[in-house]
Design a binder for this molecule. Sequence first.
Ligand SMILES: CC(C)(COP(=O)(O)OP(=O)(O)OC[C@H]1O[C@@H](n2cnc3c(N)ncnc32)[C@H](O)[C@@H]1OP(=O)(O)O)[C@@H](O)C(=O)NCCC(=O)NCCS
Length: 261
Amino acid sequence: MFDRLKEDIRSVFHRDPAARNTFEVLTNYPGLHALLLHRLAHWLWNLGLKWLARTISTISRWLTGIEIHPGATIGRRFFIDHGMGVVIGETTVIGDDVTLYQGVTLGGTSWNKGKRHPTLGNGVVVGAGAKILGPFEVGDGAKVGSNSVVTKAVPEGATVVGIPGRVIVKSVSEDDARRREMEERMGFDAYGVTDEMPDPVARAVRSLLDHMHAVDERIENMCKALHKLDSEYRNGELPPLDDKDFDCVRDDVGDSESGRA
Ligand SMILES: CC(C)(COP(=O)(O)OP(=O)(O)OC[C@H]1O[C@@H](n2cnc3c(N)ncnc32)[C@H](O)[C@@H]1OP(=O)(O)O)[C@@H](O)C(=O)NCCC(=O)NCCS
């Protein structure tokens, strides 16, 4: 139990740069108070002590301004920042490492019993004031923009903003597109690495690709100039790069990855 408590406290430090020390977090974070009281209420709810569970949930709401139904299932390292005005419905399911900001509603749109609230995957972030309404899934790692109203399933890793919530597609710059194409051609895949993650190997490979591209361009221009001087120049083509040439590199990478596993 204390391990879980420590984990919940650590998650505050990871997600709020303003958190300074454990005592401050334990005493001043209503999101943490609401979570701890919910863990107790949920345990009582599952034991069948429904009235007691609901009463603890109500007291928690008086103290924190956060209303979590004791029936809601909440994963590990859950963090509610600021908290006031958060409402989490009875049949909500929340994965691990989820973050909510103030004013979020995880609600239903019908009065039917049964599953009527959303299911949030691992690592989901829901911005201040957002409403997620209905029994659908918000995929792992998805982000919901502040004040959005989401009424349909959200794919894994997507960012949704607006009313009604729409997935935003970030435009890929020409340079990024070219890098991706080159990486694919040579079989390089920075697996699981996003632009925000500082993977030094991926960065080094990308710098090399940029450099290769710049050198290629320069050679191409020099060839054009030489071709103008002598039209016979550059009649012989360069040997094409064959996919098979990279098999040994892939084997090496595969070996080192299986060694790591
Ligand atoms: C949704 C969110 C995660 C997007 O962050 P991001 O991936 O860095 O995306 P960007 O900021 O580059 O925005 C992408 C586009 O979506 C728009 N956008 C971002 N958030 C939006 C929102 N909540 N509502 C409407 N549009 C939004 C931007 O204006 C931008 O539009 P453009 O491409 O036309 O310029 C972020 O804006 C957000 O709302 N985070 C919640 C933060 C929060 O609630 N903090 C509370 C602290 S107390």
